[in-house]
Ligand binder design. Sequence first.
Ligand SMILES: [Ca+2]
Ligand SMILES: [Ca+2]
Ligand SMILES: [Ca+2]
Length: 128
Amino acid sequence: MGLVDLTFQNLDSNHDSFLELSELYDVYDKIDANDDGVVSEYEYTYRATEQHRFFSIIFQELDYDGDGYLDRGAEAGQYIMMDTNTDNEVSRREYDTYYTKVVEDAIQKYGYLLGPIGGIGNSGPATT
Ligand SMILES: [Ca+2]
Ligand SMILES: [Ca+2]
Ligand SMILES: [Ca+2]
């Protein structure tokens, strides 16, 4: 399953229905297979088999400074982006909204790399 199972429930390790920054950090620490403190594109994508290329373009989207690694700065930036009402917690709805947007942006910018796609990005309901 790999990263495909990175659903909100898996991220929310204390099950309070909110994603805290520490929980996001924990997830990246797990993805950081060689423990060098940053997540490389390889680490981010290698567990995803069928959707490898898809995660690759998501990675490009998250790697805002384009250095090929997701560090704590990128992770914190991602968290701030998710927390749209700035209450320092990311709700399920904020998470869904954020990922819908990331997927849409990634497909817009890099979708040509995917070729024909069947329903990717439409797997969850888009909250309004
Ligand atoms: Ca939580
Ligand atoms: Ca690493
Ligand atoms: Ca929030």
